[in-house]
Design a protein around this ligand. Structure first.
Ligand code: ADP
Ligand code: MG
Length: 617
């Protein structure tokens, strides 16, 4: 038979370099990966046979076999699953099909342990075989095909493929073990590793050693066992198997729903966000089973988008086993299950939120996604809001809406917030001055999503949720401005002041107004009424959606600030015209800079400031 040589895709070579050369403390995970692939292959054949029964005409029951061979220094992992044809061998074991391959390379840290965890997450599990083997052979035949194929590689840049007519349906992977890994020919060691990592695999795993066959996993789908019989370790191992993570789940939720709709759920929330949480093309789905038969891991309709970090399985008897893709798209069953899952998850999060410190672990990584529920899920928005945490001007701790409301002075009518890129800048925003001086707490929001949810979720507990720049903000009711800061300039001075600013700044701003929201600062720039906030506009610009939205800004003047007072007098008396002009531009640039906007003309700005310094010194 002729042998074909193929080169690995560059990313695969990179992955292989890592697994071949590094020494890992968890070398045994290669077994978890190979067994998980074998189990997937059996699931796939079982599912395919539902519509094409002849695929399994002469097929015995599904099993995964481990055959260690001390004298040959090999370990074989054999399954009678779907197998691979030639094209699939080249595609599946020569490239990284997932869109994440380039992404993977970006995430490599050089820290062997972290990189290994990444390998699991990026679904390059098969290549982990090269951690323990210097040569790997894959003998496989696809169910329904007449011939099989032998794939062979030593993990260095290339692999070979040749036809092998004697292959039976399924896949046999033979690892030629490196001399440091002879432990994987030891039945004791294999038994131990399988129990630790693969006990819940629903297909029997048979160890074929010393002339004996022995089933070494308990082979019952974990979720079908009663909760009381499952240990925390078993849940953890199942979670690791499912997510390829190495940590503990942050939340484990296992229940059986009866009544309106019957299903079992075993759901997890990880401790940490996966790297691809925000990748738009990433499918986030639970695994769907019908009566313990795996159906699909691509049913995205089981979770709302804002719960996309939840992982797990759903097993229901309300769908037929041979359910088709089209049917999955139209059945009301999934919508009902989804509704049930959402309720359970929200209830569970509520319980978890009582332990604030632990809840913040969740919030730090997933709050940004979870908040999408505030506008995505009208029906549950209040429950979601009760689970949200925010930074605020009160202190460095996170606060809930409920705690915020409980602290509101009784004259305060609204819940106030301010959006921006980061906390440090937000805290220095001059527009907070009037609020802080009146003892009014303001939520400080720094996630891009925070620009959007307040447009849909506008009220909590009867209080309107308002940006501090909102025209309806009436904070003088809480405390009059006169009680806080000095006298304002007279109205006639205000009029000439505004007129002059308008004349000088022209089209730069849409409007000029006197404000009572500033305390220590002379000026501030705010979005005009009904306009998107300056922060949102900047976000849009970053995404290349600038001009269409260019909003009109209002420049607010603090009529109690000494600089504004002097300026008003000078304008009124028509003195120092050149200085007045410079001062107006400097003030305007100040206001822009504080909003995080670039100076229009840095050199000009600095020259003007230096002039003022000089005359002041
Ligand atoms: P993943 O399992 O995340 O897809 P792997 O690197 O573990 O990534 O496997 C790559 C692909 O190779 C699998 O998706 C599957 O198509 C194929 N494959 C691996 N092992 C087997 C097997 N034992 N039987 C059939 N197909 C397999
Ligand atoms: Mg795999």
């Amino acid at each position: 038979m002729t042998q074909e040589k193929h080169a690995f895709q560059a990313e695969v070579s990179q992955v292989l370099d890592i697994v071949v050369n590094a020494l890992y403390s968890h070398s045994e995970i290669f077994l978890r990966e190979l067994i998980s692939n074998a189990s997937d292959a059996c699931d796939k054949l079982r599912y395919a046979a539902l519509t094409h029964p002849d695929l399994m005409k002469e097929h015995g029951s599904f099993e995964i076999k481990l055959i260690p061979n001390k004298s040959e220094k090999t370990l074989s992992v054999i399954d009678n699953g779907i197998g691979m044809n030639k094209e699939e061998l080249i595609e599946d074991l020569g490239t990284i099909a997932k869109s994440g391959s380039a992404e993977f390379a970006k995430h490599l840290t050089g820290d062997a342990k972290k990189d290994l965890a990444l390998i699991g997450q990026f679904g390059v599990g098969f290549y982990s075989a090269f951690m323990v083997a210097d040569k790997v052979e894959v003998l496989t035949r696809k169910a329904g095909d007449k011939t099989g194929w032998l794939w062979c590689s030593s993990g260095k840049g290339e692999f070979t493929i040749e036809e092998e007519s004697k292959a039976v349906v399924g896949t046999k992977i033979t690892l030629h073990l490196k001399k440091d890994f002879m432990e994987y020919t030891d039945p004791m060691r294999l038994r131990y590793v399988i129990r630790q990592y693969s006990d819940h695999i629903s297909i029997p795993i048979i160890l074929d050693a010393d002339g004996k066959n022995e089933t070494i996993n308990s082979a019952s789908a974990l979720w079908t066992r009663p909760k009381s019989e499952i240990t925390e370790e078993q849940y953890r191992d199942f979670y690791r198997h499912l997510t390829h993570n190495f940590d503990e789940p942050w939340l484990t939720l296992h229940y059986t729903a009866e009544g309106v709709i019957e299903y079992r759920a075993l759901l997890f929330i990880p401790q940490k966000a996966p790297f691809d949480l925000f990748q738009p093309d990433k499918k986030h789905a639970l695994n769907l089973y019908v009566n313990r038969v795996f159906i699909s891991d691509e049913v995205t309709d089981l979770l709302p988008h804002y719960f996309r970090f939840v992982r797990g399985i759903i097993d229901t008897s309300e769908l037929p086993l041979n359910v088709s893709r089209e049917m999955l798209q139209h059945t009301p069953v999934l919508a009902k299950i989804k509704k049930g899952i959402v309720h359970r998850l929200l209830d569970e999060l509520k319980k978890k939120a009582t332990d604030k410190e632990n809840y913040e672990v969740f919030w730090r990584d997933f709050g940004i996604v979870f908040k999408e529920g505030l506008y995505e899920d009208q029906e549950n928005a209040k429950k979601i809001a009760d689970l949200c945490l925010f930074s605020s001007t009160k202190d460095d701790k996170l606060t809930s809406f409920a705690d915020y409301v409980a602290r509101m002075p009784k004259e305060q009518k609204n819940i106030y917030y301010l959006t921006g890129d980061d906390l440090a800048t937000l805290k220095n925003n001059p527009q907070l001055e009037g609020f802080t001086a009146r003892g009014i707490e303001v939520l400080l929001l720094t996630d891009p999503i925070d620009e959007f949810w307040p447009q849909m979720f506008t009220e909590y507990d009867g209080k309107k949720i308002r940006p501090i720049t909102h025209p309806d903000v009436d904070i003088d009711k809480v405390k009059a401005i006169e009680e806080i800061t000095g006298e304002s300039i007279e109205e006639n001075l205000q009029t000439v002041l505004i007129a002059k600013f308008k004349e000088v700044l022209g089209k730069e701003v849409n409007d000029i107004k006197i404000t009572n929201r500033l305390n220590k600062s002379p000026v501030a720039l705010v979005a005009g009424e009904g306009q998107m906030s300056i922060h949102l506009e900047r976000l849009m610009k970053q995404h290349g959606q600038a001009q269409a939205f260019a909003s009109n800004r209002t420049l607010e003047l603090n009529p109690r600030h000494p600089v504004i007072k002097k300026l008003a007098t000078a304008i009124f008396e028509k003195k120092e015209e050149a200085k007045v002009l410079d001062a107006i531009w400097v003030l305007y640039d100040q206001a822009r800079a504080i909003e995080g906007e670039p100076l229009r003309d840095p050199a000009g700005f600095i020259a003007k400031v230096n002039n003022f310094l000089e005359s002041g010194l």
